[in-house]
Design a protein around this ligand. Structure first.
Ligand code: UDP
Length: 324
């Protein structure tokens, strides 16, 4: 089986992907600086604690482990923080990625799956969003991902680095059987915060009720983290089979409003969600829903979690422990 390096493999989506890679028999090496990831999310001997900026050490790791392909998750992901500390985001997400790509060039590794985001589209003109939609990020986080995407297009042309860029919509849920879960600090995502409110009794805030949507709250495409992980496996297989560079949206294609997610949480937990209504959060587009037909038709991917309640239920056990 092929040897795969996963950067950021101790993080939320990274650890779920590592788990699936191992289940499929890949030899997996994880590189993580543990700045936001968790040591216990990765089987111990596979974890190499190292900074992406240490190009020399990363090169040696790629050579020593005879890496065939890299899955690159390691990045800062908080949109709000990125607007307050843009330099931190450009340094880590862009310069860190370039250091990795230099190491890959030095080690002769020519296949990469890159963790991108629907945030590259900014405020889309229409939804569902196709991969051909205009790239116009509305926050520094999205801009860092769009910048790396552009660099990858050139690295393919200039150096033959084949990459698949996956633009995630709203990652959520957990693989409870594998003991994996979402543990962002601070937590800013909707589903964990709704479940937190149920556990603690402290109200969460719904950001904005005056959006141009049916119930006035924002609509998002909630994609289970295991379905996201499966998209990475499909992308690796595409590249290992000598497929061309490409870009894909990863979402279910179905949107839910904040109020609908709240109702799903109440159904799953059997308890009311304490909540208050607040102002809009800066930089939130009204509606982000993926057109994922390209990923379905080209790579044969299908989401298994198509019901919001199943997604919420998968997160409920770990969120109960987390906020108790
Ligand atoms: N949201 C909310 N209250 C919160 C957190 C999020 O109303 O405490 C809303 C947010 O405005 C957005 C949706 O929930 O419309 C999803 O937000 P999240 O931060 O989970 O993901 P994002 O869409 O920002 O990637």
């Amino acid at each position: 089986m092929s040897n795969i390096l996963v950067t950021g493999g101790a993080g939320y989506i990274g650890s779920h992907t590592v788990h699936q890679l191992l289940q499929r028999g890949y030899n997996v090496t994880v590189l993580d600086d543990l700045s936001t990831g968790f040591r216990d999310a990765v089987p111990e001997p596979r974890l190499h604690i190292c900074s992406l900026f240490d190009t020399e050490q990363v090169t040696q790791l790629l050579v020593r482990q005879k890496i065939d392909a890299v899955v690159h998750f390691a990045a800062f992901i908080a949109v709000g923080e990125s607007t307050k500390e843009p330099e931190k985001y450009f340094t880590n997400n862009v310069a860190g990625s370039l250091s990795l790509f230099s190491a890959m060039a030095a080690a002769g590794v020519k296949k990469l799956v890159f963790s991108s985001t629907a945030a590259v589209y900014g405020n889309p003109v229409s939804t569902p969003i196709l991969e051909t939609a205009t790239i116009a990020p509305v926050n520094p986080y999205g801009e860092t991902k769009a910048t790396v995407e552009r660099a990858l297009v050139w690295l393919d042309q200039c150096r033959g680095l084949r990459s698949v860029r996956l633009r995630y919509f709203n990652a959520c849920g957990a693989n409870a059987e594998a003991g994996l879960s979402e543990r962002h600090v601070p937590e800013t995502h909707l589903i964990p915060l709704l479940l937190k409110a149920v556990v603690t009794g402290q109200p969460m805030t719904i950001f904005g009720t005056d959006y141009p949507t049916a119930d006035g709250t924002c609509i998002r495409d909630y994609i289970h983290v295991d379905d996201l992980a499966a998209a990475h496996i499909a992308a690796i297989e595409h590249l290992l089979g000598d497929g061309e560079s490409d870009v894909f949206n990863v979402g279910t294609g179905r949107g839910f409003s904040v109020r609908e997610v709240l109702a799903a949480v109440e159904n799953v937990t059997g308890k009311p969600v304490p909540h208050v209504f607040g102002d809009r959060r800066e930089g939130d587009p009204a509606e982000l829903v993926a057109d994922s037909s390209k990923l379905r038709s080209r790579l044969g991917w299908r989401p298994e979690y198509t019901e919001l309640e199943r997604i919420v239920a998968s997160a409920w056990p770990s969120e109960q422990r987390r906020w108790a």
